[in-house]
Design a binder for this molecule. Structure first.
Ligand code: NAP
Length: 144
C-alpha cells in the first residue's frame, strides 16, 4: 500500500529498530543538520543503508551567519553565507537540505546553491568549526 516510508528525528538505534520491523527499507531520515551540527554518524549510517538524510534547519535558523569560517568561504567563493551552508550540505552524496525561505530573494539564492561546488579546502575549513549547536531539542526528543 505504501511505496516509500521516511522518518524524522530517528537516532541510529531507532533506525535499527524500525528497519528490523519493516519489510522495505526506509527512504529517508529527516534530522537537523548544518555546519554547527555535522551529523557525521547519521550521514554514514544513512549512506550505508542507501537512505537519504533530509537536513532540516540547514541554515541553523540564521546562526551560521556569525561563524568566521563560513564568512571566509563565502568571501573567497563570492557567494552568500546561506549558500555556503547549503553547498556544504549538498557536497554530501545523500544529503538533501530543506531551507525555509519566505522571501523571493532568499528562495532564488537557495536554488542557486544547487550549482555551487565547494573545493576540498572549503569543506575542510567548514568541518574544522569547533562550536556545536543543536537548535531543535524538545523535551520529548529521543536520547540523541
Ligand atoms: N522534522 C522536524 O522535526 C523539523 C524541525 C524543524 C524544522 N523542520 C523543517 O525544516 C525546514 C527549515 O528549517 P527552519 O525554518 O527551522 O530553519 P532554516 O531553514 O535553517 O532557517 C530559516 C530562516 O532562514 C532564513 N533564510 C532562508 N534563506 C535564506 C538566505 N538565502 N539568506 C538569509 N536567510 C535565509 C529565512 O528567512 P525568510 O523566511 O525571511 O526568507 C528564515 O528566517 C522547514 O521546512 C521546517 O518544517 C523540521
Amino acid at each position: 500500500m505504501t511505496k516509500h516510508i521516511a522518518v524524522s528525528n530517528f537516532t541510529p538505534s531507532l533506525l535499527d529498530e524500525a528497519l528490523s520491523i519493516s519489510k522495505n527499507t526506509l527512504i529517508a531520515n529527516q534530522v537537523e543538520m548544518h555546519p554547527l551540527l555535522r551529523q557525521d554518524e547519521m550521514v554514514e549510517y544513512t549512506k550505508q543503508k542507501r537512505m537519504h538524510l533530509v537536513a532540516y534547519s540547514p541554515l541553523a535558523k540564521g546562526m551560521i551567519y556569525d561563524i568566521p569560517e563560513i564568512a571566509e568561504v563565502a568571501e573567497r567563493q563570492g557567494i552568500t553565507k546561506a549558500q555556503v551552508s547549503l553547498a556544504w550540505l549538498l557536497s554530501k552524496q545523500n544529503v538533501v537540505p530543506i531551507p525555509k525561505a519566505t522571501s523571493e530573494e532568499h528562495q532564488r539564492e537557495n536554488f542557486e546553491a544547487l550549482d555551487i561546488r565547494l573545493t576540498s579546502d572549503d569543506i575542510q575549513l567548514i568541518e574544522s568549526i569547533e562550536d556545536e549547536e543543536r537548535i531543535i531539542d524538545p523535551y520529548f526528543a529521543p536520547d540523541w
